[in-house]
Design a protein around this ligand. Structure first.
Ligand code: NZQ
Ligand code: ZN
Length: 385
């Protein structure tokens, strides 16, 4: 196992009826920016619960943060923070709203000329406004990590940044708010959490059985509970298990001391930037093909994954690996998430432009061995056409 440091400062408040506690978690001396998305929180009662709990706080609202949040929209929130003297942000929504809030929090304290440099040039975030969140879509893990992914629409750049300063202070996770999710978003969440786990697990062995078995536990849970969330949409326990699995998949714990991949995400972000696909849809396209492309380097872990997670015991090593990949793709398809570009109406002729974007973003050394460059990514996409 590699050396590591681990700290996750986010306080998780989990369970039914917990949103009403948000007022107690945020000091009433703050002037709070309440950020949310396109309005789902007004239809499912979450907005009302938040407003009631924050009745003693000075609140300013900013709505309209869109899926795959844009610099263009968030710039308006940054102006509001400055003009209204905001000193705290509460994000209520899915990954897009929370990621957007993290960017606004960092931009508000950014001392350079252009906050986009945080993403485009890796400019260091040295401080940020404090923020908390109420999660409504289990998927990204953003509720208790320091990551954020923002899109500059004018140039079609979708880029990530990370900083310890943007961990939410408090994250409220009430699984019952996920009942109102459309099936597509339920499925997206399961696939995203599954792929986050794989990115930190399916690399090579460094003798880290704790991390391996945590990861395998999350994968098995998602495989068992994911289809149930679609077939038994009113089952609270299923929703709760998926929500907790998605948080655990990307709160840093399973990734400590082990090599990590993240090439599926790197390639996937380019597909969203150019074609507007949901984040998880892009991962479902890339991952099975990437597993086949890197079959030799990942052989030992693919075998372990096939045996322990999918329970495959019969056949040669090669047959077990091939079955494990096929079962992974079949699982995504069963969740209703197609695993090919054509499944979304994208033709193979679109691959050139995707590869050009990877060149532009200098994605020359992706994967745990830094050996996935745009040429390799081209093969991965061609085999997923
Ligand atoms: O905008 P509203 O009206 O709220 O509707 C949203 C949105 O249309 C809706 N929704 C959310 N909660 C709901 C609900 N509808 C009904 N009931 C609810 N309870 O769902 C739609 C999608 O929301 P979005 O936030 O875009 O989805 P998700 O949580 O999957 O976030 C995706 C974004 O997160 C980034 C992705 O790249 C993408 O931009 N990621 C962030 C990561 C991180 N910060 O660690 C890691 C991930 O790998 C990922 O890249
Ligand atoms: Zn993801």
């Amino acid at each position: 196992m590699y050396n590591f440091q681990f700290s996750n400062p986010t306080k998780i408040v989990f369970g039914k009826g917990q949103i009403q506690n948000i007022g107690q978690e945020i000091d009433s001396s703050h002037r709070v920016l309440l950020m949310y998305g396109g309005g789902s929180i007004k239809k499912n009662g979450v907005y009302q619960q938040v407003i009631e709990s924050l009745s003693n706080h000075d609140l300013v609202e900013f709505s309209g943060v869109e899926p795959n949040p844009s610099l263009e929209t968030l710039s308006k929130a940054i102006e509001l923070v400055e003009s209204k003297g905001i000193d705290y942000i509460l994000a209520v929504g899915g990954g897009s709203v929370i990621d957007g809030a993290k960017f606004v929090a960092a931009a508000a304290k950014f001392e350079g000329d252009d906050p986009w440099d945080i993403l485009a040039k890796g400019a260091k975030v040295v401080s940020a406004l404090p923020l908390s969140c109420i999660l409504t879509l289990p998927a990204t893990g953003t509720e208790s990590n320091g990551n954020s992914v923002i899109t500059k629409r004018s140039t079609q750049d979708k880029l990530p940044f990370s900083s310890p300063h943007v961990y939410p202070q408090v994250a409220i996770l009430d699984p019952s708010v996920t009942f109102s999710l459309p099936p597509r978003q339920v499925a997206n969440g399961v696939v995203d959490a599954f792929v986050h786990t794989i990115e930190q697990y399916l690399t090579y062995d460094v003798n880290a059985p704790v991390q391996d078995r945590f990861a395998e536990g999350l994968l098995s849970t998602l495989i068992e509970e994911g289809p149930k969330a679609l077939s038994e949409p009113d089952n609270y326990d299923v929703r709760a298990n998926i929500m907790w699995a998605a948080t655990m998949a990307l709160n840093g714990l399973i990734g400590v001391g082990v090599p990590q991949d993240w090439a599926t995400h790197g390639i996937g972000h380019e597909i969203t930037a150019l074609h507007g696909l949901d984040h998880a849809q892009t991962l479902a396209i890339v991952l099975p093909s990437l597993m086949r492309e890197k079959k030799e380097h990942k052989a030992a872990k693919l075998l372990q994954f096939g045996r322990r997670v999918w329970g495959i015991t019969e056949g040669s090593d090669d047959a077990i690996i091939e079955q494990a990949i096929a079962k992974t793709a079949a699982f995504f398809e069963e969740m209703g998430v197609p695993t090919t570009l054509s499944g979304y109406g994208i033709e193979a002729s679109a691959i050139d432009a995707l590869v050009a974007q990877m060149e532009k973003h200098k994605l020359h050394a992706m994967g745990e061995h830094k050996d996935i460059n745009p040429d390799v990514a081209r093969r991965i996409l061609e085999n997923a056409a």
